[in-house]
Design a binder for this molecule. Structure first.
Ligand code: 13P
Length: 281
């Protein structure tokens, strides 16, 4: 697909042998912090919103919030819908101006996953919007989506899914999970390497808790978009808690600024590793 910001950013990441950070935001402050982090490093960014966040704000209002922070940025900032299981909501984001949407029908049968994803691909491509799909099941909690089953993807099946659905980026279950890891994740590097040789960009979900070495290895093998969400929420809530418990008197604007800076720093150290600016956090 030509002239699509999401596709263009992923293509650039491939040419540079790096990955773009896809940061889940949930309000003005976190969107602003993410753009600030990317701008300070001079790297492109994908801002992504969960389906629950879209439903909370309303699509147009959320679009306007993101637009207000990205419109003057010197780097490219795409707006992406993360894990959407509702066809109508996906189409609404397509119509409202999102650059790309992720449709997640991975819990349905293989054939249903292809058919339901393909329906949105046809709708979105008509309007110049890109689509990400998921194959296998990535476990953990992402907003209101809870999955405790992890089903790994395999190469042949993933490629058939990509071909028949027509998606622009693929999120295969490779052993990562959303949320905080309870144990050490067993990552399927081999699958990332196999898919990394193909045309369609590979998306790594469940970024929170992976080490810088794990990220660099996944990116070296072909991961082009790395999703981070829980660590953004933790930085936001952690700073609020720290400030609230500090006993210091704070006016709203300095309070806001401190939270924004804490969130920005946390995102920035991850973007630095994804973009190859740094080897460690
Ligand atoms: P984490 O919450 O583990 O960072 O995962 C984010 C993600 O993959 C969003 O789709």
């Amino acid at each position: 697909m030509k002239n699509n910001l999401f596709v263009n950013i992923l293509q650039q990441a491939k040419e540079e042998g790096n990955a773009v950070g896809a940061v889940n935001i949930f309000n003005y402050l976190t969107a602003d912090a993410a753009v600030l982090a990317a701008s300070e490093l001079g790297v492109n960014l994908i801002i992504q919103t969960s389906a629950a966040t879209v439903e909370h704000f309303g699509a147009q209002r959320l679009f306007d919030i993101v637009e207000s922070v990205r419109k003057d940025a010197a780097v490219k900032v795409a707006l992406h819908l993360d894990h959407c299981k509702k066809t109508e909501l996906g189409k609404l984001c397509v119509d409202t101006g999102w650059d790309s949407v992720m449709m997640d029908f991975s819990q349905l049968s293989f054939e249903e996953n292809i058919a339901r994803t393909r329906e949105v691909v046809e709708y979105a491509h008509e309007k110049g919007v890109a689509v990400e799909g998921e194959i296998g099941i990535i476990s953990g909690v992402e907003e209101d989506i809870v999955s405790d089953k992890q089903t790994g993807a395999d190469f042949e099946e993933t490629m058939e899914f990509v071909r028949r659905s027509g998606i622009d980026a693929v999120a295969p279950a490779i052993g990562t999970a959303h949320g905080v890891y309870r144990g050490v994740p067993k990552l399927n590097y081999e699958l990332v390497e196999q898919l990394g040789r193909e045309k369609t960009p590979v998306v790594i979900h469940g970024g929170t808790g992976l080490s810088a070495q794990q990220f660099r290895k996944l990116i070296a093998l072909g991961g082009r978009k790395v999703n981070i969400s829980t660590l953004v929420k933790n930085a936001y809530l952690g700073k609020i808690k720290e400030l609230a418990l500090s006993g210091e008197k704070l006016a709203p604007i300095p309070f806001d600024t401190e939270i924004r800076m804490a969130v920005k720093e946390e995102i920035k150290k991850h973007l630095a590793v994804f973009s190859g600016r740094e080897e460690t956090f």
